[in-house]
Design a protein around this ligand. Sequence first.
Ligand code: URP
Ligand code: ZN
Ligand code: ZN
Ligand code: ZN
Length: 468
Amino acid sequence: MSAVRTVIRGGLVVTAADEMHADVLVEDGRVVALAASGSDTAASWTDARTLDASRKYVIPGGVDGHTHMEMPFGGTFAADTFETGTRAAAWGGTTTIVDFAIQSVGHTLREGLDAWHAKADGQCAIDYGFHMIVSDVHDETLKEMDLLVGEGVTSFKQFMAYPGVFYSDDGQILRAMQRAAENGGLIMMHAENGIAIDVLVQQALARGETDPRYHGEVRKALLEAEATHRAIKLAQVAGAPLYVVHVSAQEALAELARARDEGLPVFGETCPQYLFLSTDNLAEPDFEGAKYVCSTPLRPRDHQAALWRGLRTNDLQVVSTDHCPFCFTGQKELGRGDFSKIPNGMPGVENRMDLLHQAVVDGHITRRRWIEIACATPARMFGLYPKKGTIAPGADADIVIYDPAAEQTISAATHHMNVDYSAYEGKRLTGRVETVLSRGELVVSEGEFTGRAGHGAYTPRGTCQYLN
Ligand code: URP
Ligand code: ZN
Ligand code: ZN
Ligand code: ZN
């Protein structure tokens, strides 16, 4: 806890609900009060460290509900540790991550969760929580789900993709959903028909189609839509809510929109890579396309307009990163000559808040919607609100002073993620993180990292706040 009393003066405070010219008083790691800048109340806040936010935005720290630090995948490990990945997140204005602990087949949820606690404990620069990847559904697993919900791991990811690794069949999915309907958990779904995709992978390889771009061709939009539809129907049968992760295909989004029109508790997340990148990137020559291999895959450019629209109409509620970085050299290269061996995943935890601010500049979303999809809604979705995701009395003082006029160019030469390329290399952005507070402590200040590994605390979560 920071004993320092801090006042952030003169900025435009932007939350999902409001915009106001206000000073923010922080004490003991929490927001104590907001008062109109220049008011007697704000003037009475003396004896405090002052941070000048004039001509800046004062926004809640970002909540990234989908990261994979140190994830074992594709015969290697995601290149960011909890230490490097959370430091990069802080640089990018994100002050909470929810990472995925993994149950491996033949093991318990508890073993997976303990292993992830051991990786993260004492390493993180910002606060963190865990979801649980459920890869092996049986009677014991279902009982363990109840225990995990009780201790703040309130969401469970299942995979309709990756047969033989994380894959669950429809029966296993239905059983987990039924349990979630009882214990208040939220099922998060990787919705792609992995059985059909694996057939198409083998057929493509047999034809000699080995380049990264074929990753996008075999993982068809229709197979994302089919799995999304099936997941929705299974959730409906189970009477459970559903959160579909990393939606990239407009056909899948249409399934979500239809379900929501029917009034079902169905939610969707997309990621910056699907909003800003496309199959054009996957087709880059000299194996460069491997940098953009992730699942669900990047789609043709015309899907982007549908995703932006979904974010405006609230058919998509959250943008998180699915940060899962693999270096080009030595990791992505495992798939030279066979796209199916390219480790799936892309870096991005540092770039999300800036890319979404650019979306404000470009007119895709409003300022308040930026904060809603990047801070407030993920906090509510994963049971962290209003501790996280807003600036209000009682909330953790996770606050970013954001300069909306600064210019920057994204580059691997200057980013802080532990990966040897940027998916957005050379992209020019308007807007930049200036100062970051995590529970009242300065973690980024005037172009320097002032945080430390171990400041970040494990944060148990409540259940999904869209359901109560
Ligand atoms: O390609 C991806 N998305 N890698 C991370 C694992 C997952 O499916 O989210
Ligand atoms: Zn075991
Ligand atoms: Zn996934
Ligand atoms: Zn993921």
